[in-house]
Ligand binder design. Structure first.
Ligand SMILES: C[S@@+](CC[C@H](N)C(=O)[O-])C[C@H]1O[C@@H](n2cnc3c(N)ncnc32)[C@H](O)[C@@H]1O
Length: 351
């Protein structure tokens, strides 16, 4: 039994880290609701008083002032001379209609807020709440559209760094497996004029992919393939394969299976590119990567946050060579991609 002692100044350590974590969701909810109500869109290009914001959002003055002040405390807004204005980061990412708007991603996180309320259940039953949480992308096109829109706006921020890091100027055909909106394939094809691409995704998603590709301006060089990456026969003649944020959704044996089939489908010398949210090799940080591991426990049957060392192991297991870890350029240098090649001379593939 723990001995009960009174806390004294001498034995007390600062409880702030615990208190901050206990109420971290207060801040998330302020971001979710302010974005949903269109607060930052209202304040784009013009500062407003409490009364003006209250009128525009249909809130009481008391509610509006509390929300506005909370946003200032979280550095989403600034206040000067009785008026509230967007901070630079809010003005770039939270104004609806502007390129870079993260509303769909924030709305997806708001949706997952409910899911995270069931973390204990997922831990106790050791796995996915997919049956309890009826939102798997394969189920219907409306959910697929919402999910892909959210993935798209996040990926849109990374794609420029990805195409800067990887030189595909000597490649002919890129296969983007689990390509979602196709944003990565679209970005590569736009940068490298000789390149064509195929975006593979589940049938519910590929209907949405076709819409993004049609609007891309490079639709004549991108085709969309519908299928399940665990079973579908991969197209011939591919000399680069991209797996961006895909492997984390699968268990190790499916990861090896996808990579083995990519290896078999690639031409000799072909390139595989793996982009994901990698935790440190000890899996103790950074928090965003480690917390995603718990998220994948909840939403996938066997998903995990694989370290770079684990992914390198999968690549070696199926025969890839010349494996390198590349950092994306500043300010995205904390994001990494792993690249590897199929050997020019065929070697016997390990079992
Ligand atoms: C996290 S999203 C990543 C999308 C995109 N690659 C990116 O980086 O933004 C994962 C994608 O894998 C697709 N996916 C999931 N399971 C799949 C399967 N069994 N076969 C094909 N695609 C699948 C999803 O539909 C989704 O588009």
């Amino acid at each position: 039994m723990v001995e009960e002692q009174l806390l004294t100044l001498a034995n007390m350590i600062d409880p702030e880290p615990i208190e901050s974590l206990a109420m971290a969701y207060f801040s998330s909810q302020v971001l979710f609701v302010a974005t949903e109500l269109g607060l930052f869109t209202q304040l784009h290009g013009q500062s407003k008083t409490v009364v003006e914001v209250a009128t525009a959002l249909g809130l009481s003055e008391r509610s509006a002032e509390l929300l506005l002040n909370a946003c200032v405390s979280l550095q989403l807004l600034e206040k000067q001379g009785g008026c509230y204005a967007n901070t630079p980061v809010s003005d770039v990412y939270l104004v609806k209609g502007k390129t870079g708007y993260q509303g769909p991603y924030i709305s997806l996180m708001q949706h997952y807020y409910k899911l995270w309320g069931s973390l204990k259940l997922a831990l106790l039953q050791n796995g996915s709440l997919r049956s309890e949480f009826d939102d798997y992308v394969a189920q219907d096109i409306d959910w697929a559209r919402k999910f892909i829109e959210a993935m798209h706006c996040g990926a849109e921020l990374v794609a420029p760094f990805l195409v800067e890091t990887l030189d595909l100027s000597s490649h002919k055909l890129l296969l983007d497996i689990g390509g979602g909106s196709g944003i990565n394939a679209i970005s590569f094809v736009k940068k490298f004029n000789q390149l064509k691409a195929i975006v593979l995704d589940l049938s519910s998603v590929s209907e949405v992919t076709k819409e993004y590709v049609a609007r891309s301006g490079v639709a004549d060089r991108i085709s969309v393939m519908s299928g399940d990456y665990r079973y579908v026969e991969l197209p011939p003649g591919v000399d680069a394969v991209l797996l961006s944020q895909v492997l984390h959704a699968e268990g190790p044996s499916v990861c090896r299976n996808i990579l083995a089939r990519a290896f078999a489908g690639l031409v000799p010398g072909g390139l595989v590119i793996v982009r994901d949210i990698f935790p440190n090799d000890d899996k103790l940080g950074p928090p965003a990567a480690v917390l995603h591991g718990l998220h994948w426990l909840m939403v996938t049957p066997e998903g995990n946050c694989y370290s770079k060392a684990e992914v390198i192991g999968f690549l070696q297991d199926v025969g890839f060579q010349d494996i390198q870890v590349l950092a994306l350029p500043e300010p995205a240098h904390y994001l990494k991609v792993i690249i590897a090649r199929k050997p020019l001379i065929s070697t016997t593939q390990p079992d």
